[in-house]
Design a protein around this ligand. Structure first.
Ligand code: TXA
Ligand code: MG
Length: 320
């Protein structure tokens, strides 16, 4: 069973020995391994039961350090890096050969992220290699936003969980790549930085967040973030199958009038997107414990972090 603690030295020792460590980030917890060690990275895929076609993001503490492993960054992406790193942004950039193919699923590009979580920044600063880290959950499941979430699902398979409290952002990083044809940035995953903020820096960007038409982000399967209970985006659709007593809900600001209040989780009574994002993944786990058969999760307004929240809700509803 994994030890949970705040010992950066211990985390470093495990990573240097080619073992896995769960690390806190401001977005979600990651399952980290030395990205330059293919054997260590292979364990990530095994523990998560993740298909090898789904590339990993590499993490380090400073952009200058990252230049050892990546080739030149296109200027508009460089501007995004300056604006949002460290923070919940991943840039997909050309990689150098030193990054093994297993990390990038054979792609010539690599996802680069510089997390802002202080504990993890100190850990990364103490390492002379980047860490590959997907979210620390079994493949297809909701991402963990605290150490207990990781322990519950992966605790048996890893030696150490670095405990950095609850993730402040609560949604995975926004992923931005470079489109050679249009010479414009392209958003591959909505996440912790709202699209509006990206566009303030980079101008109008294209969105390509579904894998069916997008071989560039093979991990963005539509049925992701799957809780074990069926999720409905529409109350009417849920009520065609279930009675109000059989339904729980995850709602933005106000409980749904027709359902029992005790079975409803409010993301942000004040209607604050940041708070709603922080709570979303924990709520998707909490509904498993409610005495209900299915869950209603109405979409939020399609703006700011509401977009990324809706993306996750749609994926949760698409599964099961
Ligand atoms: O916030 C986050 O990004 C978290 C924390 C731990 O950093 N990590 C995370 O990793 O969400 P993961 O593995 O759950 O999602 C990574 C996704 C892949 O599924 C894929 O869609 C995309 O990033 N990706 C990674 N490398 C890529 C590449 N070279 N080209 C296109 N997409 C890539
Ligand atoms: Mg993930």
């Amino acid at each position: 069973m994994a030890e949970i603690g705040t010992d950066i030295e211990k985390a470093r020792a495990y990573l240097e020995a080619g073992q896995l460590v769960a690390i806190p980030t401001e977005t979600v917890y990651g399952l980290a391994a030395n990205a330059l060690n293919p054997g260590a990275v292979a364990q990530i895929f095994a523990v998560k039961q993740r298909p090898h076609f789904d590339p990993l993001i590499v993490h380090t503490d400073r952009l200058e350090k990252a230049m050892q492993w990546i080739a030149a960054i296109p200027a508009p992406l460089q501007q995004l890096a300056e604006a949002f790193m460290p923070g919940p942004l991943t840039l997909v950039v050309p990689k150098k050969d030193i990054i093994p193919d297993i990390v990038t699923a054979g792609l010539p590009t690599v996802g680069l992220r510089i997390p802002s979580h202080p504990l993890t920044r100190r850990l990364l600063a103490s390492l002379n290699f980047p860490v590959a880290a997907p979210s620390a959950n079994p493949f297809g499941y909701v991402s963990p936003t605290n150490a207990r979430h990781v322990e519950a699902q992966l605790g048996e398979h890893i030696p150490y969980i670095l405990d950095g409290g609850s993730s402040q952002i609560g949604l995975e990083s926004t992923i931005v790549a470079w489109n050679e044809e249009t010479q414009k940035p392209i958003v591959l995953r909505l996440g912790g930085i709202p699209l509006e903020e990206i566009e303030k820096v980079a101008g109008k960007v294209m969105l390509q967040t579904h894998s069916s038409s997008n071989p560039k982000a093979p991990g963005m399967l539509s049925a992701h973030y799957a809780p074990r209970k069926k999720v409905f985006l529409s109350l009417e659709a849920a009520l065609r199958i279930y009675s109000p007593q059989e339904l729980g809900a995850i709602v933005f600001k106000e409980p749904l009038a027709v359902l029992p209040v005790a079975n409803q989780l409010l993301l942000s009574p004040q209607g604050n997107y940041t708070e709603a994002a922080q709570r979303l993944f924990a709520a998707l786990r909490e509904i498993e414990e409610l005495p209900v058969k299915a869950v209603v999760a109405p979409l939020l307004p399609e703006e700011h972090l509401g977009r990324a929240i809706n993306d996750r809700l749609r994926r949760a509803a698409a599964s099961a």
